[in-house]
Write a protein that binds this ligand. Structure first.
Ligand code: GTP
Ligand code: MG
Length: 228
């Protein structure tokens, strides 16, 4: 048992080292990196589809890495918007790690990008432990999943900067309490920001798009690191 804990700690340590290098490479180019995490089917790819659709009419340049255990389906969905989208197929692993992202970025030129979106493998547990060099983890909780998730899976809610309460259009058909979900998320992470979104109906994704612009502005004001 003690051996297993040691192996896990050294895997995470090596992951953090690579994630640190990725963070430096992204900071040097002033690229905002967002790591989207949720259970399967909460709506990560749909949110990214609508985001890319909204951004293609602007001067923003973005790219997506999308992780799944099998298939290229999500990358195929995301390529339709004219931005680079690469699938990372993990072949069984339930999360992305920093070395997978580093490998994928060897095939994706970073120069000129404003935002790199990473869609993690659908899973509320394992992806929380792996730093990918992102500026922020974004947890997507769809109202169809139940409002008890922040306390049942606290790790991701503790580490996320933002929670998207998604599929808010389905609220009338569920017993989901947005007040309970937000209160529980803030119990594990008092700083967590919360936005309500839907890809199909009001309020849409406007608040999310404005949040991204806010993070880009934050990044611009912080400037490039002096050393790189
Ligand atoms: N009602 C409703 N359905 C949505 C919304 N967003 C996504 N969906 C539906 O939810 C289902 C799953 O969406 P995806 O975007 O594939 O979810 P995902 O999180 O990328 O799934 P995985 O990659 O498999 O983890 C699809 O049938 C979408 O059409 C929404 O805002 N409202
Ligand atoms: Mg997906």
């Amino acid at each position: 048992m003690a051996e297993r804990v040691e192996v896990r700690q050294s895997v995470l340590k090596e992951n953090d080292r690579i994630a640190g290098e990725l963070r430096e490479a992204l900071a040097a180019r002033q690229i905002l990196c967002l790591n989207l995490i949720s259970s399967p089917g909460a709506g990560k790819t749909s949110i990214l589809e609508s985001t890319l659709d909204a951004l293609r009419g602007t001067s923003r340049r973005v790219a997506v890495l999308t992780g799944d255990i099998q298939t290229e389906r999500d990358a195929d969905r995301l390529r339709r918007f004219g931005f680079p989208a690469l699938q990372i197929t993990t072949g069984g692993t339930c999360h992305l790690d920093a070395s997978m992202v580093r490998r994928a970025l060897e095939e994706m030129p970073l120069d000129g990008l404003d935002v790199l979106f990473i869609e993690n493998v659908g899973n509320l547990v394992c992806p929380a432990s792996y730093d990918l060099g992102e500026d922020a983890k974004v947890v997507v909780l769809s109202v169809a999943e139940g409002d008890d998730k922040p306390l049942k899976y606290p790790g991701i809610f503790r580490r996320a900067r933002l929670m998207l309460l998604h599929k808010i259009d389905l609220l009338p058909y569920t017993r989901f309490s947005r007040e309970a979900a937000v209160a529980d998320a803030r119990r594990v992470n008092p700083e967590i920001e919360v936005l309500e979104t839907s890809c199909l109906a009001e309020p849409g994704l406007g608040a999310w798009l404005r949040w991204i612009e806010g993070r880009l502005e934050e990044k611009r004001q912080a400037g490039r690191p002096a050393r790189v």
